[in-house]
Write a protein that binds this ligand. Sequence first.
Ligand code: ADP
Ligand code: MG
Length: 395
Amino acid sequence: MPIRFIDEIDVKGKRVLGRFDFNVPIKDGEIKDDSRIRAAIPTIKYVIEKGGKLIACSHMGKPKGKFVKELSLTPVAKRLSELLNIDVKMAPDCIGDEVLNMVNSMGEGDILLLENLRFHEGETKNDKDFSKELAKLGDIYLNDAFGVVHRAHASVVGVTEFIKDVCGGFLIKKEVEYLNNYLKNPERPFLLIAGGAKVSTKLGILHSLLNKVDRVIIGGAMANTFRKAQGCEVGESLVEEDLIPDAKNIMDLAKEKKVSFYLPVDYVMGKDVNDLTPMGTYPYQDVDSKGKILDIGPATLVLFSEVIKDAKTIVWNGPMGAFENPTFSQGSFGIAQVVAANEGVKIVGGGDTDNLIHSCKLEDKITFVSTGGGSFLEFLEGKQLPGLKALGLYD
Ligand code: ADP
Ligand code: MG
């Protein structure tokens, strides 16, 4: 069956087993950032307001199949209660008779939060028996955890074998709308901005998007491998020597496909990522062999800005430099400003790139910031994601 979303399904009086991404940072029992919980609220509210019984589940961290007190979802139940202003009950486990009894005593509009799915090793192994146990808890399966749809885990894939009525929540609906539908027929010029630490993690995207885009900008440490492939010195910077042939291939492919390809023309260099004083700005053909390239330089910012300005569709993954250190953040922050000011469709994703956008408070000026890290990248690579396949996206 083709993919359906929660607003196409009658949930009244039904038990809705909802997979969310409540994998939030917790320290000493305190939630440090609750944005993932907040992001799930529209879907949660919809289910309970329509009279569904919501059995919510999520993973937290990597307990590797064992109970780990620090990775309990109890603080999440508390935060959900505060955000929704209703009592969200916490289950002692995610499967078993006691949990089933709690589910059976729920009324319409109630919410029960199951304990960390990864306390059972069956979760990450996509185990059939574990999936079956989970499936006993719901009449309808709902997935709103885009961050895990690239993983074939029991609560993402296995469980859908045993619950026939499956759907996506509003977060997944938006991801599919932008990443699937929107990028199929992008308005042109279509620009890819790729940055970050490693070419190796971005090769798939570069290959797949080179067939679709009109322009490519490469920044971050990734650019070093491309410049090295052209015979340039990169000093002590991060570089992936073994990927030089791939970098050459990508540049050849860009030429063949008539894709405009832009690399940095100058850099801010430093002795180390943690240094607070930069060594200075260097043109790309004249880097200091005893330093590290840690940000794009001011001339590159001007060049890239020109390329970004009149693009109609932009996909951006990967920072332009080691932006966590303010000394090397100007390139990334500058590009973020220019992307935000562009009037076309701007889609941004990737764990660190999301952080970057949030740290310059520009999320409201970006058309869509994906909630997925790995899943966002794999989606752009054109891979079929198991969790979306289980919802019927590719049927
Ligand atoms: P995302 O998580 O958005 O996909 P990546 O994980 O690929 O992005 O890359 C982000 C990391 O790359 C950041 O931690 C940043 O510090 C690092 N980085 C970017 N440019 C450089 C550089 N020139 N030298 C060292 N690290 C860099
Ligand atoms: Mg990252």
